[in-house]
Design a binder for this molecule. Structure first.
Ligand code: TXA
Ligand code: MG
Length: 309
């Protein structure tokens, strides 16, 4: 896809991080590796930069962004961190947990980041390249997954370029993402209760997983879509299926032959990307056990299988 940018690929070294930091300071867009998926980063305190994220992704303006921070102190300057939220942050940050918290007014964030909500989604990532960028810029960084809105999330630079080449300034090449699924999103309520809004790598006891029931209007059931029909819980392969296997069910791409759910999570989007690219008109996916990270895998698969309207 060609656009008005020549998208640079940057190495994760001193020069690459410095260049990425400069692009961000100048209101540009850089796809960055995180431990979950690649994020499309822009400075969260700039209206122009945040507007570019929505434009590059084709994302509806009512769908708010996660803001990434380097420290708890920076998080405190942007949102109100209750004792319950503080406990979760102490336990899981840096890492794949996003907390939805009451936002502070006048924190200097672009209004488009929160899409008119009174809450703010915050995450402190653990990936070393993303941490270096956060620390070297000192900026709060908004970063949704680095894919066109509604399509498959990226876990490699090639996945990012498959949908955003020419639409963003650069991609910072950190190789493949370790976890492979987006962060768990948990809202911490005023009464201290915790509700899981999106299941992910961190299984929280409280709330239970209610699916990605995002409190922004119009959150779409169809998401992560490979652009062709997807059949779940498949144990038989039809001739026109691109089969995604798991355990004893072998596939054209197999999530984990030994039935390991963490390995399956890390490979899920790569297999979906491969299925999307293949000549086969359909994708079929073996049953995935509904436990642990399997809950988040099945959540993403159900959305991938829901046709867009
Ligand atoms: O692992 C991740 O979370 C990745 C990496 C890049 O950090 N990011 C990510 O962003 O998955 P995105 O934009 O693809 O998904 C963020 C989700 C969206 O469904 C959005 O609606 C929801 O978070 N969200 C953002 N702010 C929210 C808020 N204040 N309340 C409820 N949901 C919110
Ligand atoms: Mg996304």
């Amino acid at each position: 896809m060609s656009g008005k940018y020549a998208t640079e690929t940057l190495d994760v070294d001193e020069g690459g991080i410095a260049r990425a930091a400069q692009i961000l300071r100048d209101d540009g867009l850089v796809a960055v590796p995180t431990e979950t998926v690649y994020g499309l980063a822009a400075r969260a305190d700039s209206d122009a930069a945040v507007a570019r994220i929505y434009r590059a992704k084709g994302r509806p303006s009512f769908n708010p962004l996660i803001v990434h921070v380097a420290s708890l102190e920076q998080a405190r300057s942007l949102a109100e961190i209750s004792p319950e939220a503080e406990q979760l942050a102490a336990r899981y940050w840096p890492g794949p947990l996003t907390l939805v918290l009451p936002r502070r007014r006048n924190a200097g964030l672009s209004a488009a980041v929160t899409a008119g909500l009174d809450t703010l989604a915050l995450r402190m990532p653990s990936h070393p390249a993303m941490r270096l960028l956060l620390e070297s810029t000192g900026l709060p960084i908004a970063a949704p997954s680095a894919n066109r809105s509604g399509f498959i999330s990226p876990t490699s630079p090639a996945h990012v370029l498959a949908s955003l080449d020419g639409r963003i300034d650069a991609v910072l090449d950190g190789g493949e993402c370790e976890r492979g699924l987006e962060s768990t999103i948990a809202a911490v309520r005023a009464d201290g209760s915790v509700e899981v809004l999106r299941p992910g790598p961190i299984a929280l006891e409280a709330g239970g997983s209610s699916g990605e029931r995002i409190e922004a209007p119009g959150q779409l059931a169809s998401h992560y879509a490979p652009g062709k029909p997807v059949r779940l819980d498949a144990t038989q392969v039809a001739p026109d299926d691109f089969m995604i296997g798991f355990g004893s069910v072998q596939g054209d791409c197999t999530l984990s032959a030994r039935g390991d759910l963490a390995e399956a999570a890390a490979r899920l989007y790569a297999c979906l990307h491969e299925g999307a690219r293949s000549d086969k008109p359909r994708i079929a996916i073996a049953p995935i056990p509904e436990r642990g990270i399997g809950i988040a895998i099945n959540d993403r698969l159900r959305r991938a299988a829901t046709p867009a309207d």
